[in-house]
Structures are given as C-alpha cells and as structure tokens.
Design a protein around this ligand. Sequence first.
Ligand code: ZN
Length: 157
Amino acid sequence: MVDSGLDDLYQEVVMDHGSNPRNMHRLNDPNSTAHGFNPFCGDIVDVDISFSKLDYGREAITEIGFDGKGCAISIASASMMTEAVIGESVDQANKIFADFHSMVTDKSKDIDDYENLGDLEVLSGVANYPTRIKCAMLGWHTLIAALKRDPNTVKTE
Ligand code: ZN
C-alpha cells in the first residue's frame, strides 16, 4: 500500500525531475551508449556511460548522462536513475535496478523493503498506474543495456 503522503510526494518529485532533469546531457566520449524506446507512449531515452576500473576486474560508473523525449515520468525516472547509479560499481547498479524493478512492478510489496533506494522510493507510486510502468522503467532498461554494452535498441515490451 502507498499512503497518500507518498502519493503527493510522487507528484512533486515527478514534476521536479520531469521539468528539471539531472545529468541530462550526452557524454563527449562515453565507453558505452544505449538507446531505449517505449512504443506504448513514444518515449525515447539514450544513456551514455563512462566506466573506471576497480580491483578484481570490476568496473564503476564514473560518468552517466542521458537525453530523451517523452512523458514526464519517463524523463523523471531516467533523471533519478542517473543520480542513483553515478559513482556506483556496476554490480551495485545492477542491484539497484533489480530492487527498483521489483518495487514498481510488484503491488503487493512492503515499501519498507525498499528503504535502501532512498529518494527512488517515491516512484513506488507508479505501481498504481500500470500504463506508466513502462515509462518509468525505460531509462532503467536502457541503463542495463549500456552496462552490457548492448548496441541494440531496448524496447519496453
Ligand atoms: Zn511515457
């Protein structure tokens, strides 16, 4: 269940990130770029990532930028995604993706299970609007494609 306080916060955060997106710029020389398209709403998101090497062959996301056109939720969610994963290891970014995906697609969730997601928790409200879930997930699926260095366009279907 989502309480009404969180629902108000949801509207506020989507408006804020939708009208003033963070990290909304392309990188000059990214190590990886991925393209995402949500045919249900017409949203488009491109994600650029620059990696740095950690120990044991692991990598971290040193820089991330995105560009996109679409509804407020697709842009807001992509904006929040960049803030959530910048500076994180690729392993941690994959874990944040998995938690976020579960949060917005599972209505039976207990919101307390997602406290580790910080501000992203307000997007749990998307689970109440099934037609917007693909909008909210677009930037995130595109992130995963960029982490895998997958050159194919990601589609939310
Ligand atoms: Zn959309």
